[in-house]
Design a protein around this ligand. Sequence first.
Ligand SMILES: [Zn+2]
Length: 376
Amino acid sequence: MKYLRYLFIGIGFLLLGSFLVPSLTHANEGQSYEVYSSVLNVRSEPASDGEIIGVLSKGNKVMAFQEKHGWVQTYYGGNVAWVAKHHLIPIANTSQSSSTNTQSVTTTDSITVTANSVRLRSGPGTNYNVIGSSSAGDTYNIVETNSDWHQIKLSNGQAGWIAAWLTNTSSNSEQTSEPNNTSNNTNTTNTPKVKSGSLEGYNIVLDPGHGGKDSGAIALNGVYEKDLVSDTAVKVADQLRNAGATVIVTRNGDYFVSLDKRADISNSYQTDAFVSLHYDSYPAIGVSGVTTYFGNGSDRGLAQNIQSSLASTVSLDNRGIMQRNFSVLRGTTAPSVLIELGFISNPNDLATVQTAAYQNQVATAITDGLVDYFHR
Ligand SMILES: [Zn+2]
């Protein structure tokens, strides 16, 4: 862990295919685009004489953070980067397209908003006008649910719509109020609401520690922490996605990403949880086990859920949760934890953590811990 503080150098962040963010209503209103030119230069400035810092190819996906004079700003290799907008086609918003072929369900449930600055709209989709804003903890009664949007009654009596993936429902009884008429409707894929046991609609930022020039800790056998973390992160991301989460990974390869950049990435989205992955090291080889760190006191619950899940899933010692003022936890506005998944300075831990079986157990445990946290 002590290596983390040396991480401030660094860059690295590829916005490619795995980086899908559907219709989030954050301040940057990130639109996803797909490159349709066979080759697209990535430049340091929004101008055709800007320095070329990379190349994208047909089918690559980019997330726009702002637009200027026909140029779209994204990130490439950890740097602010610009691409010409006329080589891009917008990617259709999944919530809009799915809402057109699903039926409405009438419920009497209430919802609690799980993110800040959530936009309230005049209809069930991000293409409708913004009519208000809502904050984490606000509760509303649901008037009806249309696909993954809830219609709610605002305090002024007006009706508004809110994205279901930014809310928690307080009851699961909506299934019983589903229309019974099956004679002319065999569609069973409707109401993709947040369900118990699922991470559907949640945005998880997964942060594989270290990378590139920063190897992190070096194991007894010479293995680098950064590589173990990368392998583990792939498995964790897979399981989170299987559970329905949208997963944003701060590092998709072996390159530098500064701690500030990691926090910036998380803060650019309606992130529901930020999970940083590390392996530990200590001069005394007898020290072993798994620890989950949290920064803010309000993140203690998230740390507890994940650590409990890890403790009941993996064979390594349970070192419990600890509060530490780590930079990456301090910089993230979302609930955030940093998990030390075993000591690579300990022979037994090292032998275990290098196995795919262990890393898969970790992936399951983190996913289950997040489910417990969001559905607690
Ligand atoms: Zn580390």
